[in-house]
Ligand binder design. Structure first.
Ligand code: GUN
Ligand code: ZN
Length: 458
């Protein structure tokens, strides 16, 4: 049955082209008073507010006033099981995994704990304006079930997969090649394409997989080529050295994946900092995605990803938190961190480029840019509405702005969940109540809204 249409009003910033390819003002359409017409969970039209009101007089109107409407943020690499250990002090990658990550991931064999953290994590995503995420789970099928179930309850489009490891991990977090293949296959067959769910084949990284396991997962991917594949690549120099020792027959780190059918379009490689020229060329030629995780790269001390170089050489690049190696759940913080790393690498990324990476760029890395990360008619109505004056410090800088880019940049650099005025997932507003334009209302999930007895509940 058709639902009544909804007209969401506010300022609109529609990045309809890639601002790394064309100048920002050509890539963007800015409407001071615009609207998104939502029908059956999809964007029916994006345009001038008065024109849409006249074209759809029957639509229910939700007016966000000066709120800036963007596609919901897309986080293209995260570990939801690391939610509770974010901001753990003092370690670099391998020690950080052994000290903090693996003990926590061990707990996800308990379905009740997995469900609790999955709910907590997705509530945090919504309150930070992120409407889609590609997440690693743990080795336990229950961790995957819990995550997809929590996403389904919110109608969120998520990518997730069982994280496979058959060596260099503690007892209880190791499988073998056959189990990894069979359990991944069963989860894939249950969840992939179920509602908005996308299953990703997920070897953690080459240090924790034998060649046999990588081969088995490559074979599974060949049977299901429309699924994405997510893993890690060349995050720290120690890790690159270790991979050379563990896989002596491979010419470089990328080859540990390539040799087993794990390099092609649909592959998403987290970090990808310490690459050789040959690796860079093969990544580009195969259409794989490099996922930049800036807060993680500074927090764990990994290195500086050169976004401008990657874009100029034609790589597919996504932007991500890498929670809980990353130090924030916020894609606003993540954009700020990408900007700062860009400065250290010699390029000031434009606000249009940062926003594009956090929406369309990540969606493209996930091969979902026909559905999410965009305001194009026909795509899913996943939206975030930003308050561009959410704190006194941001408000006073915003008051000086003369262009939309100057208006949004203080929120990119200094904003957090207080800047998230409203969130829509597949056309449904996940906020507590009707959000009058001048009244700040924090987005919460329908589940929280339900438990609080608020009108945003399911
Ligand atoms: N490499 C392998 N596993 C992980 C992880 O969980 N986080 C990060 N940042 N890097 C990894
Ligand atoms: Zn990661």
């Amino acid at each position: 049955m058709n639902e009544p249409s909804t007209l969401v009003l506010g300022q609109i910033l529609d990045l309809h082209a890639n601002p790394f390819d064309v100048p920002p003002d050509e890539a963007a359409r800015y409407l001071r008073r615009g609207g998104i017409l939502v029908e059956n969970g999809k964007i029916a039209a994006t345009g001038d507010a008065d024109g849409l009101r006249a074209a759809a007089p029957q639509a229910r109107v939700i007016d966000h006033g000066d709120g800036l409407i963007l596609p919901g943020f897309v986080d293209s690499h995260a570990h939801y099981p690391q939610t509770a250990i974010i901001a753990s002090w003092g370690k670099r990658l391998i020690d950080w995994l052994n000290s903090y990550t693996f003990p926590e991931e061990m707990r996800f064999g308990d379905p009740a704990y997995a469900a609790e953290i999955a709910d907590r994590y997705l509530d945090l995503m919504v309150s930070h304006g992120t409407t889609s995420v590609a997440s690693f789970c743990t080795i336990h099928p229950s961790s995957v079930e819990a995550f997809f179930a929590a996403a389904e309850a919110r109608n969120m489009a998520v990518v997730a997969g069982r994280t496979c490891m058959d060596r260099n991990a503690p007892d209880g977090l190791r499988d073998d090649a056959q189990t990894a293949h069979d359990e991944s296959k069963a989860l894939l067959e249950t969840w992939h394409g179920q509602g908005r769910a996308v299953y990703a084949i997920t070897p953690r990284f080459s240090p924790t997989s034998t060649p046999e396991q990588l081969e088995a997962l490559g074979a599974l991917w060949a049977e299901h080529p429309d699924c994405p594949m997510q893993t890690h690549l060349s995050e720290q120099t120690d890790e690159v050295d270790w991979v050379r020792d563990l896989h002596p027959h491979r010419r470089d780190y990328l080859d540990t994946y390539e040799a087993h059918g794990l390099l092609r379009e649909g592959a998403m490689f987290g970090h990808a900092i310490w690459l050789t020229d040959s690796e860079r060329a093969r990544l580009r030629d195969h259409g794989a995605a490099l996922i930049h995780c800036p807060t993680s790269n500074t927090f764990i001390g990994s290195g500086l990803f050169d976004t401008a170089r990657a874009m100029a050489e034609g790589q597919r690049v996504g932007l991500a938190t890498d929670t809980g190696g990353g130090s924030s759940f916020s894609m606003l913080h993540t954009m700020a961190s990408a900007y700062e790393i860009g400065q250290l690498s010699g390029t000031a990324l434009h606000p249009a480029q940062l926003l594009w990476l956090a929406t369309a760029g990540s969606a493209r890395a996930m091969r979902m840019d026909d559905r999410i990360g965009t305001l194009a008619p026909g795509s899913d109505a996943d939206l975030v509405v930003l308050d561009l004056a959410s704190t006194p410090a941001i408000a006073q800088r915003h008051a000086r702005s003369e262009t939309i880019w100057e208006a949004v940049f203080p929120t990119i650099m200094m904003g957090d969940d207080r800047a998230i005025a409203a969130v829509y997932v597949a056309g449904a507003q996940l906020t507590a109540g009707g959000t009058p334009p001048d009244q700040h209302s924090r987005p919460v999930s329908p589940l929280i809204a339900d438990s609080l007895g608020l009108p945003g509940g399911a």
